[in-house]
Design a protein around this ligand. Structure first.
Ligand code: FNR
Length: 182
């Protein structure tokens, strides 16, 4: 079987460590997995008044999530939670009521921070949201990555010091998706 995975990066920053990390991480997946990086920076601020006439960017987001067999969230921590841009995307694709596209999609959460606890609190907030959205989320291994020079090498691969750890996370994520998609 082939698996298409939607990757949602929680930072819009041009040189985002999380985006760089996400691109390196997907290189560790087996060939039957392909990855679609979902754009969230062009979404309007969610407004329930617009549920009946969603923007093109919202329709595109929902279509890309619907088409995916699994999800990966790669997010920084902002003020001990997830960035507003990520919450905005989660809210958009959860509505109108009863038409959420998240439900049942197996997910992994991971993130890079310059802080010592490496997105742990943001990931816990995200898990809470995903639980409500009925998204089965990989519980272990947890991966709280602190950014250091060499995390991503010159070829855009995970650096030597972290490669084995991140490969272990990817292997468990792959098994998680297969288990939930039969
Ligand atoms: C941060 N940063 C941060 N780091 C952290 O470990 N815990 C936190 O609560 C916060 N809070 C926070 C708030 C805001 C508004 C910003 C802009 C930044 C620092 C953060 O880890 C750092 O900026 C990363 O580089 C963000 O990830 P990207 O954009 O490089 O992917």
């Amino acid at each position: 079987a082939q698996y298409q995975i939607a990757v949602v990066v929680g930072s819009l920053r041009r040189d985002s460590f999380n985006r760089q990390f996400a691109h390196a991480l997907v290189k560790l997946a087996p060939p039957e997995f392909s990855f679609k990086f979902v754009e969230i920076g062009d979404l309007p601020l969610y407004n329930q008044d617009d549920d009946g006439s969603p923007a093109e960017s919202v329709k595109r987001l929902k279509g890309e999530i619907s088409a995916a067999q699994g999800l990966i969230f790669v997010t920084p921590e902002y003020n001990r939670s997830i960035p507003g841009v990520l919450k905005n995307a989660l809210d958009h694709a959860s509505r109108p009521y009863g038409q959420s596209v998240w439900k049942g999609k197996p997910a992994g959460v991971i993130g890079v921070s310059i802080g010592a606890i490496g997105t742990a609190l943001a990931q816990q907030h995200l898990r809470n949201i995903l639980a409500y959205l009925d998204v089965p989320t990989l519980g272990a291994p947890e991966a709280f990555i602190q950014h250091k020079d060499g995390l991503i090498d010159a070829n855009g691969q995970i650096g030597e010091a972290s490669k084995q750890f991140v490969q272990g996370w990817v292997d468990q994520y792959v098994a998680w998706v297969k288990r939930h998609t039969g």
